[in-house]
Design a protein around this ligand. Sequence first.
Ligand code: SIN
Length: 494
Amino acid sequence: MIKTDIVIIGSGIAALSVAVTLCKNGRKAIILTKGLRNSSNSSLAQGGISVALSKNDNFNMHYNDTLEAGCYYNNPEAVMALVSNAPKVIKDFINSGMKFDTDEKGNLLFGKEGAHHINRIIHAGGDRTGQKVMEELFSQLNENITINEGEMVMELRVKNNECSGVITRDLDGNINRYEANYTILATGGIGQLYPCTSNDITITGDGLAMAYRAGLELSNLEFIQFHPTMLNINGKTKGLVSEAVRGDGGILVNQNGVKIMEGVHELKDLAPRDVVSRVVYNRCLRGDHIYLDISRIENFEERFPYVSEICKENGIDLSKKLIPIRPGAHFHMGGIKASPDGKTNINGLYAIGEAACTGVHGANRLASNSLLEGIVFGRFTAENIMKSKRIALHFDDEESYVKLDKLPDKAEIQKKMMEFIGIVRYRNKIPKIIKWFENFIPDKLEKPFGKINLTEITDEQMEIYNMLTSGYLIAKSAFNRDESLGAHYIISEE
Ligand code: SIN
């Protein structure tokens, strides 16, 4: 048994925000990540961080935009906690060394993205905000933080509503048991459940699945945001084309140059993401090819170096000013029910970032609120932990002897999710995917997709089991909400 104070699962912005606050206050923590330290959606984030710092802005306006994009399904207290604390937390981050893009006088530059009524998005390295923010956060860690790469958390250690750490497998294949006073789930979302996604390859719904096995409360699972503009090369997704491109004047057009958002929504190309994604999706179904027309954007390559790089790598001639796009799974608004300071229904177990559902995003997240959520609520979680005193209960884990008999491959799950729980869902078809998932429930489990024997399963099989579990839970939630709301767009029959 490895005894430790704090275990953080995941290495994205929320994980690092907790870690930085803890380590600067002399607390030790171990970060466990199944991939490399940079294997996170945060490192890939482009657009930026939304924060009411410009002179024409205030946090009440940010609050209103967040609620409007979220279809007023948000938790208003969580939204207020986020937007009202954002200016101070971001100013502290800048004072601690973070460099966002500025004009020649040193004033922050504010970009625009969908559903914001004002330019509010600060960015770094043009469209390399995630990479720059993460580099800065990593540089602020000190010797109090240990990072174990290639160590996959397989299970949470929970008994009688108390969490005492995790069970992992490391790179050498050893099964390790950690006894921790505090365990923090910062595992990201579920993007890899879909064939087209902006998410890192490691994002396979692990946190959601293990939370379910451990008895954590889950919420809003049916709300999955599709980003309208993923670079699309011959039907394959090759990375994200930031919404900031539309904020700077990019326009969605079809192969005939028709502006597809004209007359659809008052914000046109900058309508909320769920609206834009559905328009693109429906156009593609009708055989259209959709492009981002970037001809109105001056100095495109300078402002969007990362998007330019991935376009060129994939043979797009930027002088033609048209980038082929289609929507892809981007962000999970649902997840583990948690408060803004990370508390869940299990003592000693916290959830933050995309893995958590504080209700801050409602039914559809406002652009660039997710890096913000990670940094603000990550800090709240660390502060909450520093105020409390908890000693993990010592107990032996209950072993499961149930073995996996059959598993599909990842591509099969992705295809089914896109078909049945995609941008448009048909209620009469959802039972089919639930039944399909049920084929893979191992016998003799107390509950569907419960705990299985860890010694007889590879990391890859565990990921597939987690994808099945998450997909099954999402499909059930999607079936239970029979009216459309935000990113959950449901039609009774096909
Ligand atoms: C983007 O750059 O378009 C993504 C920003 C976000 O998802 O908030």
